[in-house]
Ligand binder design. Structure first.
Ligand SMILES: [Zn+2]
Length: 318
C-alpha cells in the first residue's frame, strides 16, 4: 500500500457551491461533500445553521443569503462543536449563538484541542484561517432536549434526538414544512466522520429523525435531499455505514485482534461499498479507532489532539 497523505492534506481541489431553495424559508449551502451550512429565513430574522470553518469562507454564505433576503442574521445554531462548523461564526455578527448544553460542555472540555486538530486535518477547509478570531466560538444560549424558536409565524424546533456523531448533536426541524437540518448525524454521498461518535446510540437517533417523517433534509455533507425517497436514502446510507463499521470492529475485537488488524480488515470490508464517498480515506482511521475504543474500554470519545491525530495515522497507515 502506498502511504496515504495525513487526513485531508492531499485534498486541495476547490468544490462547486450550490445554494438550494427547499422552501420560501429554507435554503442549503452545499459544496460537493464539503461541510454544509443551512439557512432559515423567518418573518423577521435569519437563522444560520453551522457557519463554515472561517469568517472569510462564511462571507460567501452571507453573499448567497443577501441574494434572497435582506433580513438580519440574528441567530447562529451550532449543530455540534466541531471547529470546521463553528469557527466562521463571527462573520455573521449574530445576536445569539445557540447550542445544546452538551455541545457547550464539549467546547469547554475539548474545544481548544479540537481546533488545533481540525486545522491540521483540513488545510483547504480552513481557507484564510488567520481570519478566525483568537479563542473559541462560545454559545450565548444553551438548551437541553428541546427549544423552540419562533421567527415570526415560522416555528423552528431545535431538538436533541440522541447521541450519534457527538454527544451534543442538535437538529433543526420546521414542523410546518417537514424540513430537517441534520448536521453531521446524516451524510449523503459522504463518509460519516465518527471519531467522536457513539456507535451504539447513532442508529436509534436516526430512527428518531425518521419518526418525524421529514420530506426534505439538509445533511452535514452532500447535496440537499429534496424528496422523501432521497431522505430515506440518506438515512439508510448513514445507518448502514455506522452499523457496518460497528459490526466489523466488534467481530474483530471478539476474535482478539488488535486495533491495527481491526483497522485493516474493516477498511478492506467497507471500501467496496463506501470507498467512493468523499473523505472515506480520511475518516476510516478515526472512525475505526473510536469504534474500537467504544467496543473495548472507552464509553466516551477520547480527546483528539494534533499530536494524537498524527500518532494514530502513523500507527495505522504506515
Ligand atoms: Zn462534525
Amino acid at each position: 500500500m502506498t502511504q496515504k497523505a495525513f487526513a485531508s492534506q492531499a485534498d486541495l481541489e476547490e468544490k462547486k457551491v450550490s445554494f438550494t431553495k427547499l422552501s420560501d424559508n429554507a435554503y442549503a449551502y452545499t459544496a460537493e461533500g464539503d461541510p454544509n451550512t443551512g439557512v432559515i429565513v423567518g418573518d423577521d430574522a435569519v437563522l444560520v445553521l453551522d457557519t463554515q470553518a472561517t469568517p472569510v469562507m462564511a462571507q460567501d454564505v452571507i453573499r448567497r443569503i443577501r441574494e434572497v433576503t435582506d433580513k438580519p442574521i440574528q441567530y447562529v445554531l451550532l449543530t455540534h462543536y466541531h471547529a470546521v462548523r463553528v469557527l466562521g461564526a463571527s462573520a455573521y455578527q449574530p445576536q445569539q449563538i445557540i447550542a445544546s448544553q452538551d455541545t457547550y460542555d464539549l467546547i469547554v472540555e475539548r474545544g481548544e484541542q479540537d481546533k488545533a486538530s481540525e486545522i491540521g486535518r483540513f488545510p483547504r477547509l480552513f481557507r484564510n484561517v488567520e481570519s478566525v478570531p483568537p479563542g473559541l466560538t462560545w454559545p450565548t444560549i444553551t438548551f437541553t432536549g428541546k427549544m423552540t424558536l419562533w421567527l415570526g409565524k415560522l416555528e423552528v424546533q431545535l431538538l436533541q434526538l440522541g447521541r450519534g456523531h457527538t454527544k451534543g448533536d442538535t437538529v433543526a426541524w420546521l414542523p410546518q414544512q417537514k424540513i430537517l437540518f441534520s448536521g453531521d448525524l446524516v451524510e449523503f454521498d459522504a463518509t460519516p466522520y465518527a471519531g467522536d461518535a457513539y456507535f451504539k446510540d447513532w442508529p436509534q437517533t436516526l430512527d428518531n429523525i425518521a419518526a418525524l417523517k421529514p420530506e426534505k433534509l439538509v445533511p452535514g455533507r452532500g447535496a440537499a435531499l429534496t424528496t422523501p425517497e432521497q431522505v430515506q436514502a440518506g438515512l439508510a446510507g448513514t445507518r448502514a455505514f455506522i452499523a457496518d463499521v460497528y459490526e466489523s470492529v466488534k467481530s474483530g475485537v471478539a476474535a482478539g485482534e488488535d486495533l491495527n488488524a481491526v483497522y485493516k480488515s474493516t477498511y478492506a470490508r467497507l471500501a467496496p461499498k463506501y470507498g467512493q464517498w468523499v473523505i472515506f480515506d480520511h475518516c476510516m482511521p478515526f472512525d475505526v479507532t473510536r469504534c474500537y475504543d467504544e467496543v473495548t474500554q472507552y464509553p466516551d470519545p477520547r480527546i483528539w489532539t494534533a499530536e494524537r491525530d498524527r500518532q494514530m495515522w502513523q500507527a495505522l497507515e504506515s
